[in-house]
Design a protein around this ligand. Structure first.
Ligand code: 5U1
Length: 678
C-alpha cells in the first residue's frame, strides 16, 4: 500500500478543498489587492490544512499553500541552468535613441506601416525564472549570468503573488514565466522601520532589500518579507498554445494567476511609446514600487521571431532608462540646521552632481545615528540618491575612495543658531536645541509654518522675507505679522511698495481661516493636518481645547498618548496662550464648528481618493471639505477605498477603482454630495 493510499478519502478531499480556497484567497489578496475574507479566517483555513498535512504527511505536496511559510534552511544555493538563456535588454537614454530603435526594427522588417509596441514599466528588482510542469511550480531561479543562476525555489514559494499551482486548465504542460521580484516601497518602509526599532541596520533601497531577502538560505526569513513578483515574459513553452501578441501572453499569465503590471499598454506606433514615457514619468513618484525605465517590445510575436537576437539582447525590445537616481559625488562639508521644533538636522554639502534629473548640492543626513551608521567623514566620496520629490539622501560611503585628509564629523553640543545647549532625550534619535522661541532659527521655522499653504496660507510670505523679518527683530511670534506696516515690509531686500502692500493685503485675507487650519498653523508637535481636523471636529472650539486634559484628548480619533501629551503641553504653556490671544486680538477668526464625535460625522470611517483635475476647486480644498465630513483622503486606491472622485485626465487610479468595483464620482457629484451635508 503506497503512503497516499493510507490517507482517508475524506481527509484528502478536505485538504484539496482547503488548498483551492487558500489559493483563491491568496490570489485575491496578493494579485488583485481585493481581499474578501479577514486575515483571521485565512489563518484558520491554513491551520486546518496544516493540521491535516501533519496528520497525513502524503498530503503535504510542494504546491500546497502551507509551503509558503518557508522550509528548513539550506547550506548553499544549488546552481540552476536555464532551459533557455535569460537575455538582457539594450538601453536607450533619449527620445532620439528610441526613434533609432524603431527605424532599425522597421528597416529589418521591411515595413512601411507603423509597428505596434507593448509598453510597460521596468521594475527595479531582481529578474527571476519560474518553471511550471503540469501547472505546478517546480523551480525558481535567479537570472545569474543569463545561462545559469541560483536555485531559489524554497524562497519563491513564500512569495504570495507567485502561484504555486497555475489557475485554470488551459496552460501549457511546461511553462517558464519570467519577471521581476521586488519590494513595494510601502513594504520597504515598514521593513526599515522595524529594523530601526530593533536597533538593526536599515536597507539602503528597495532593490537591495529585495535581493537580500531573496538570497536567504533560511526561507522563513524570506517569508517574513513582503516581496512581490510581476511577470513580464515567458521562456520555454511546451505542450500548449500561447497568444500571438506580447500583451495577449501577459493577459494569459494574469488568467493563470500572475501579477502583471497595471500600466501595461499597447500603442499603435513609436510616438505612442514617447507619450507613454512622458505619462509614466509623471506617475513614477506616486507608484508603490521603484522603476528605472520603460520597456518597449514589438507586440506581435511573429515579428519578434523574425527580428531575433543580437549578442545577448533581443532586437525587438529596448529599455528607455530614466535619469539615474543614484550617483557618486564628494562630501565637502556638513552643516547643522535647526527645525521648527528645535530638531538639529545634519545636512551634507556636496560637490554638485546631476542625479534623478536635477543638480543636487545638499542632502539630508537625518540625525547623529545616521552619520555613525554611514561611517561618514568630510571629503568622503558618497553615493547620493534622489528619487522623485524625495529629499536627496546620502546612501553610502565609497570606502576605498577615502582620502588621507578626510575629517571626522563632530555633532554640535550647542545650537548653531542661538548657542543654547543641544539636548537628546534618551530613546529619541533626534537631538534638539533647548532654546525654544529664544532661538531665531526655531522662530523662523515656526513663522514659515504658520504662513504655509496648508496653514494660514499667506500668499507672498516666502522664506527669505521671514528670515529678514526675524533677523531685523520685526517679528518674534506669528502674531507680530499682523502688525507689520507697508513701510516696514517695503524696506526689506528685494521688496518694494507694491509687493509690500500685496503682502499686507494677503495677511489681511489670511485672518479669515478655519479652526483646523489655525490648529495646524500653531505647529504643535505631531499635529499634522489630519490630526488638527480631528481635534477641531471633536472639540469644536479653542476654549474647549484649553480646558481639556491628556485623557480626554486620547478620545479623539488618531490621538494616542504621545500626541495627547504634546497637545496638552502646548495649551498649558502661558506663552503659547498669550500668542493665541494676540492672534485673536489681531483679528484671526474662524467660523464656529458644532463639536461632533468622529462616528457622528457623515463620512466617518470612509477613505476617499481624489484623482485627475478638478475645475471648480483645488484638490486641497476638496480634501479639506472631505476631511471636515470625517473622511480620510488617501493617495492611492485599494480595496478599502470608499469612493474615488475622478476629474478629467484621471488615469490608473480610476482604472483600478473600476476593476475593484469602487464607487466613482465626477466633480459635480462631489459638489452635490458636499452641498447635501452643509
Ligand atoms: N517590464 C520588463 N522588464 N523586463 C526586463 N520587461 C522586460 N523584459 C526583459 C527584461 C530583461 O527582457 C525581455 C527580453 C524578455
Amino acid at each position: 500500500m503506497s503512503s497516499a493510499d493510507s490517507v482517508p478519502a475524506e481527509a484528502a478531499a478536505e485538504a484539496s478543498r482547503l488548498r483551492d480556497q487558500l489559493n483563491h484567497h491568496n490570489h485575491l489578496y496578493y494579485v488583485l489587492d481585493d481581499p474578501q475574507i479577514p486575515d483571521g479566517e485565512y489563518d484558520r483555513l491554513l491551520r486546518r490544512l496544516q493540521d491535516l498535512e501533519g496528520q497525513y504527511p502524503p498530503l503535504k505536496t510542494p504546491d500546497s499553500p502551507s509551503q509558503r511559510v518557508g522550509a528548513p534552511p539550506l547550506d548553499v544555493f544549488q546552481q540552476a541552468r536555464h532551459l533557455m538563456p535569460m537575455l538582457s535588454l539594450d538601453n536607450a537614454f533619449s527620445d532620439d535613441e528610441v526613434l533609432d530603435f524603431n527605424r532599425r526594427v522597421t528597416e529589418r522588417l521591411n515595413r512601411d506601416g507603423a509597428i505596434e509596441y507593448a509598453c510597460e514599466p521596468k521594475l527595479d528588482g531582481i529578474a527571476a525564472s519560474l518553471i511550471y510542469r503540469d501547472g505546478v511550480l517546480e523551480r525558481g531561479a535567479t537570472r545569474g549570468d543569463g545561462t545559469s543562476g541560483e536555485d531559489i525555489t524554497q524562497n519563491v514559494r513564500t512569495i504570495g503573488s507567485i502561484p504555486l499551482r497555475l489557475m485554470g486548465s488551459d496552460h501549457p504542460q511546461l511553462l517558464e514565466v519570467r519577471g521581476e521580484i521586488y519590494l513595494p516601497r510601502s513594504g520597504f518602509e515598514a521593513m526599515n522601520k522595524a529594523a530601526r526599532d530593533a536597533g538593526e541596520k536599515p536597507f539602503v533601497n528597495p532593490r537591495n532589500a529585495a535581493a537580500g531577502s531573496l538570497r536567504q538560505l533560511d526561507s522563513t526569513i524570506t517569508a517574513s518579507r513582503p516581496l512581490e513578483m510581476c511577470a513580464y515574459s515567458v521562456g520555454v513553452v511546451e505542450g500548449g498554445e500561447l497568444a500571438e501578441t506580447h500583451t495577449g501572453v501577459l493577459a494569459q499569465l494574469a488568467q493563470w494567476g500572475f501579477l502583471v503590471n497595471e500600466h501595461l499598454q499597447a500603442v499603435g506606433d513609436i510616438d505612442g511609446c514617447l507619450s507613454y514615457y512622458e505619462k509614466l514619468s509623471q506617475l513614477r513618484d506616486g507608484l508603490d514600487y521603484d522603476i528605472d525605465g520603460i520597456v518597449y517590445k514589438v507586440n506581435d510575436l511573429s515579428l519578434q521571431n523574425r527580428l531575433g537576437f543580437v549578442a545577448r539582447a533581443p532586437r525587438w525590445a529596448i529599455a528607455r532608462k530614466f535619469p539615474a537616481q543614484e550617483e557618486m559625488t564628494q562630501l565637502m562639508d556638513v552643516e547643522f540646521q535647526v527645525g521648527r521644533t528645535g530638531s538639529i538636522t545634519p545636512v551634507a554639502r556636496l560637490q554638485p552632481v546631476f542625479v534623478g534629473g536635477v543638480t543636487v548640492t545638499n542632502a539630508t543626513l537625518h540625525n547623529r545615528d545616521e552619520i555613525k551608521r554611514l561611517g561618514l567623514k568630510v571629503l568622503d566620496t558618497v553615493v547620493v540618491r534622489r528619487a522623485g520629490d524625495v529629499i536627496p539622501q546620502v546612501v553610502s560611503v565609497v570606502a576605498d575612495r577615502r582620502p588621507d585628509d578626510a575629517q571626522d564629523i563632530a555633532f554640535p553640543d550647542k545650537c548653531p543658531a542661538c548657542d543654547s545647549p543641544v539636548e537628546q532625550i534618551e530613546g529619541e534619535v533626534v537631538a534638539r536645541c533647548s532654546g525654544g522661541l529664544v532661538c531665531p532659527a526655531q522662530r523662523k521655522e515656526a513663522i514659515k509654518h504658520f504662513a504655509s499653504r496648508k496653514a494660514l496660507d499667506v500668499d507672498g510670505l516666502g522664506d527669505k522675507i521671514v528670515e529678514q523679518l526675524v533677523d531685523r527683530d520685526l517679528v518674534q511670534t506669528p502674531a507680530d505679522l499682523f502688525a507689520l506696516t507697508v513701510e516696514q515690509i517695503a524696506d526689506l531686500e528685494r521688496m518694494a511698495e507694491k509687493s509690500a502692500s500685496n503682502l499686507v493685503a494677503a495677511l489681511e485675507k489670511s485672518r479669515d481661516t478655519t479652526l483646523p487650519r489655525f490648529l495646524y498653523a500653531l505647529g504643535i508637535r505631531e499635529v499634522g493636518e489630519a490630526t488638527a481636523q480631528s481635534l477641531a471636529n471633536h472639540f469644536g472650539s479653542l476654549d474647549a481645547l484649553f480646558q481639556t486634559d491628556e485623557e480626554a484628548l486620547q478620545e479623539v480619533d488618531d490621538v494616542g498618548p504621545v500626541v495627547a501629551h504634546f497637545v496638552a503641553d502646548f495649551f498649558a504653556s502661558p506663552s503659547n496662550r498669550q500668542v493665541i490671544e494676540q492672534l485673536q486680538q489681531a483679528g484671526v477668526n474662524w467660523p464656529a464648528i458644532t463639536p461632533r464625535s468622529e462616528s457622528e460625522l457623515p463620512l466617518a470611517g470612509q477613505t476617499w481618493v481624489l484623482t485627475g483635475t478638478l475645475e471648480s476647486m483645488s484638490r486641497s480644498e476638496a480634501k479639506e471639505k472631505l476631511q471636515q465630513l470625517g473622511a480620510k483622503v488617501a493617495g492611492s486606491v485599494s480595496a478599502k477605498s470608499s469612493c474615488v472622485v475622478a476629474g478629467p485626465g484621471a488615469g490608473s487610479k480610476l482604472t483600478k477603482a473600476q476593476q475593484l468595483g469602487i464607487e466613482v464620482m465626477d466633480e459635480q457629484q462631489l459638489i452635490d454630495m458636499l452641498k447635501g451635508h452643509q
